[in-house]
Design a binder for this molecule. Sequence first.
Ligand code: PMP
Length: 380
Amino acid sequence: MEIYLDNCATTKVCEQAAQICMEAMVNEYGNPSSLHRKGLNAEHLMTAARKNIAAILGCDPECIIFTGGATDSNNIAILGGISARKRAGKTIVTSSVEHPSVADTVSSLEEQGYKVKRIVPRENGTFAAEDFIDAVDDDTVLLTFMMVNNEMGTILPYDKIIPAIRRKYPNLLIHMDGVQGFTKLPFNVKRLDIDLFSFSGHKLYAPKGIGGLYIKKGIRVNPVEYGGGQERGIRSGTQSVPLIAAMGEAMALCKRDGAAILKNYRERNAQLRALLAEMPQVIINSPEKGCPHVLNISVPGIPSEIMLHALEEKEIYVSSGSACAKGALSSTLEAYGLPAERVRSALRISFSKDTTAEEIDIFAAALRETIDRLSKVIGK
Ligand code: PMP
């Protein structure tokens, strides 16, 4: 029995998304910019997806542009947003635990002369809204931070940060990387006055290579690539209708079944925490009040990669830190202030909407057995 617990890295595509994707590939394969019926049919699929996603975000469909994934969205938001505001200031405020698609993009601007303020977590591993609020000043051109951290599941206090900063700086450009929180946490762009919001399909049961960016009406974002002018000229290139249709379908499903999905995450999280409490070698790194689909733990003395491959032999798939770090020690966990040994032995377990209680029981038993066996081999 295969047990996949690496859903922060990517999810299995759901049936409904796969079906509409197939339909768009084999039947409605027209170019949505073509003027004939085949093109129009493809455009209809795209329009339906835009509407579905807009309904979840609480915005007009025209506010959404489709991209090649959240890496693409984050680059467009930051580079395109800054490029359209050349005279607005020279300081960027962000967090120290961002995904590389934000962190490295911001660093590239730092090299060009922007000043970057990186907010670090407090000692208890959570972020204080005041730290962001106090960092923003008249020279700030952009505030960019993530909704939920992809390695720890920490929820950044966006609902406190954004309204407070908005009151003081109504024109400041505010971007949020929503990848790990979208459809999992309450969020609506009408209630929370945000300018740019990135999301990705493959974390939410759609295929890889598709994502989107919400752009508030009136906010200027320059393209970072030039071409045929699709997606309001901000993200040129023929749209991938099969992937877009699949993302629309998958996200509508996440919205429709949102309460049940969240209940499942919470139950699996509580179940696993209870089972881990009986394993004295395991330390839980994720905060109690984190986003419930992810649980980061450490087993000091057993390096992550060894544990990961030992579990893999039992057809159980988890992650060491984030998939993007590709085996390197996680700088994010370091930024959270975890001691080196806990960083070296960290494992990220992330649930899907379909993860069952039985799978968690099997995982916990396998983890316990593996810890006992490896502790002897490693000679702890
Ligand atoms: N931001 C966060 C928080 C992520 O977890 C990821 C995916 N690991 C991304 C951005 C990048 O998304 P994509 O794979 O769609 O480019």
